[in-house]
Design a protein around this ligand. Structure first.
Ligand SMILES: Cc1ncc(COP(=O)(O)O)c(C=O)c1O
Length: 474
């Protein structure tokens, strides 16, 4: 066990997983019944059920109807997943931008294999169709539509987006949706609308470095809460934090968290929303990867459980349809008037041509067909990359198994310095995103986020193999 504190069910699942990996529990063997495990471990049936469900979702055991849980037959036990690491329970002033700027600059070179980038391969997106939609929409543009689109965004696009929310069972109020310059502007405006300089904002650990940038820019303090690669935000830790400190907002990614890929189960999302509503703390929900799910249905966002307008749901087309168009939005709940005002005061409105192209595409472009193909390509490539990581990285390496998105998060053996590894890899034309980028206190020293969203690009296989060799060298 590392120095982390796990919930009871996570601890139980981890112990059983260790037994499977060590061969103490063999393929085909039945796990003890729920009642036996309760008695042996002194835990409740729900703890055992949660632990077995976790092992099932990790692919280590399978449930057989009316018979119990059995160890799955795998040729080789998969590598363990990284564990949530409880951060220090104190506010940190944020200053990660220099490190991020240096790294982003170093990965801009087109000859570099972009394992460190945040975008999937450009060939996955329907740029030709989008261009046709844009040309058609611009030819038809009525001048009145130009001023009508100030400030909240083009009516046609907002209608198309509201329809997609409605199909998920989320009824947005007429003026709740504000179109922005990518999700990044939506997130920044929402954060500004609910905080004052000096306020405390809860972020995940690890978190997306741009969340740390946004806090730094607005002179906010970060307090981090542990996030499990499978279950997302540690709700017990968050509840404790909320009872001890005055928190102005939370900024979380409940679906396919960047960098972990964690997908909070719907019941936990609901519990999160209810917990925050009790404390009157707004949730800024960063949901740019929600469409990139492996399962048959889009996971509901936390916004789906919001009864009081306390969730500011932010997303964009940048990762799933139109990178570079820079079109995003906020469904800002009861904060929508404040967010609209800030939008007006900062950039007035979002450029109309890309909005029109996307509005036309939502009507005629075949968005759902495109999404199905994209998801399949990304899921297959993720599996391929996982197999390479299994084969090529040093013993003791842990790796996440996300159910969507295109990132893998690796916890390398403790002696490996991920920043030094990044530099050695860069010298050979391979970028990575080292763990230090993903926390205000730079605590993820032997961790890496890898982008595996480039199906068909054979350079990636070779780059992953080479990275594994470099990691062996420490
Ligand atoms: C979690 C997360 N949120 C937001 C963004 C930014 O989205 P956009 O490009 O639409 O501004 C990114 C981009 O990498 C991201 O990973």
């Amino acid at each position: 066990m590392s120095e982390t504190t796990l919930n009871r069910y996570q601890q139980l699942a981890e112990d059983i997983a260790d037994g499977i990996r060590a061969g103490a529990l063999r393929p085909g063997e039945r796990l003890p019944s729920v009642r036996q495990t309760c008695a042996q471990r002194g835990v409740s049936p729900s703890t055992v059920f949660q632990a077995y469900a976790r092992l099932e979702s990790q692919g280590l055991v399978e449930a057989r109807p009316r018979s119990g849980y059995y160890v799955r037959a795998t040729r080789r036990a998969p590598r363990a997943e990284p564990q949530a690491a409880p951060p220090r329970d104190e506010a940190t002033p944020v200053a990660v931008s220099e490190l991020v700027f240096d790294l982003l600059e170093s990965t801009r070179d087109g000859d570099v294999v972009p394992l460190g980038s945040a975008f999937p391969a450009a060939h996955l997106f329907p740029f030709d169709t989008l261009a046709r939609c844009g040309a058609r929409a611009m030819r038809r543009l009525a001048p009145a539509r130009i001023t009508g689109a100030l400030t909240a965004g083009d009516e046609g696009l907002r209608h198309g987006l509201r329809r997609r929310y409605a199909l998920q069972g989320i009824a947005l109020a007429e003026n709740e949706l504000i179109v922005t310059h990518g999700a990044m502007e939506a997130l920044n405006l929402c954060l500004q609308a609910v905080t004052q300089p000096g306020d405390l904002v809860v972020v995940e650990s690890p978190t997306f470095y741009a969340a740390l940038h946004a806090l730094e820019r607005l002179h906010l303090r970060a307090v981090e809460v542990a996030t499990d690669p499978r279950d997302g935000v540690d709700l017990d830790a968050l509840a404790g934090l909320l009872s001890r400190q005055r928190v102005a907002a939370c900024w979380f990614m409940p679906s396919f968290q960047n960098p972990l890929g964690a997908l909070m189960p719907p019941l936990r999302k609901q519990a999160l929303v209810e917990l925050l509503a009790r404390h009157r703390v707004p949730l800024i929900e960063d949901d740019v990867y929600g469409e990139l799910h492996d399962g048959a249905r889009r996971p509901p966002p936390a916004k789906a459980f919001d009864r009081e307008g306390g969730v500011l749901h932010c997303s964009s087309f940048s990762k799933c349809l139109a990178p570079g168009y820079r079109v995003g939005w906020a469904a800002a709940g009861r904060y929508a008037p404040a967010v609209t005002r800030l939008k007006m005061m900062s950039s007035l409105a979002t450029a109309l041509p890309p909005q029109l192209a996307l509005a036309d595409y939502l009507d005629h472009g075949g968005y759902d067909r495109h999404l199905r193909r994209l998801r399949e390509a990304l899921a297959a490539q993720r599996q391929r990359a996982l197999r390479l990581v299994e084969r090529c990285f040093p013993p003791g390496t842990r790796v996440t198994r996300p159910q969507g998105g295109y990132f893998l998060w690796l916890e390398l053996p403790k002696g490996v310095d991920a920043l030094a590894l990044h530099q050695r890899a860069m010298a050979e034309g391979i970028s990575t995103a080292p763990g230090a980028l993903f926390s205000a206190d730079r605590r993820f020293t032997h961790h890496l986020r890898l982008n595996v969203g480039h199906p068909g690009d054979r350079r990636f296989d070779a780059a992953l193999r080479r990275l594994g060799e470099l990691a062996h060298a420490g």
